[in-house]
Write a protein that binds this ligand. Sequence first.
Ligand SMILES: [Zn+2]
Length: 252
Amino acid sequence: MAAEQTTAIVIRAIEFSETSLVVTLLTREFGQVAALAKGARRPKSSFEGALDLLAVCRVVLIRKSSDALDLLTEAKLQRRFRGAEKSLERLYAGYYIAEMLRLLTDNHDPHPGLYDLTLDALGQIDGSGNTALALLGFDTAALRLLGHAPSTRQCVDCGQVVRGARRVAFAPIAGGVVCETCRSRQHSILNVHAATIEHLERLLAPHTRIPVQVPSAVYREMRGLVSRYIQAILGLKPRMQSFLPARMEPVE
Ligand SMILES: [Zn+2]
């Protein structure tokens, strides 16, 4: 049981006893990790401030082999999440990111790209970036990095290229666009503007960086489509999805 070092983002902290916390971390090297932080609730603990939600810290973990919790022996704060000091919209955006990371990643399944993406998104959200666009960029890039990118060109049923129409049918459960011939076989369809799918395809491209750019007229439909698609992938609606910005223009 060797001690290992990594950087981590705190995505949940639950009181465990009078003096301890159980924290869920997204680590860069080991993926999601649940760890016991003994003494973290004591005043002047050595973890001070490092285990707040969405804090980024340098940690030392003692990994346990079985299903037992890992042991967090050190956490040094590198960056505090300051969304709460800015606006409710920015605070909720942070909560949304934490929930999405818990839902989308598994224990001990590392995705360094997703970790780096999260740092970029948090930097926009608790800085002066556009929250709505930061979250849309986070969602689409996370889907791509985790191998869940929807099909934006070929019909998910027959494989033919879908083109030509002003409106396009998107089937969240089937995983992307469907052609005119196949759409009647789908259970739930979103009928969206072709421009929404074009911009979605651009956001899903590997070189796309946060902050992404999307026309204001496209944002609302794209946000709805991405949220419904995420529900289909997860088989549930993330709790914080209801708090996502409905409009692109910031509410401060
Ligand atoms: Zn088809």
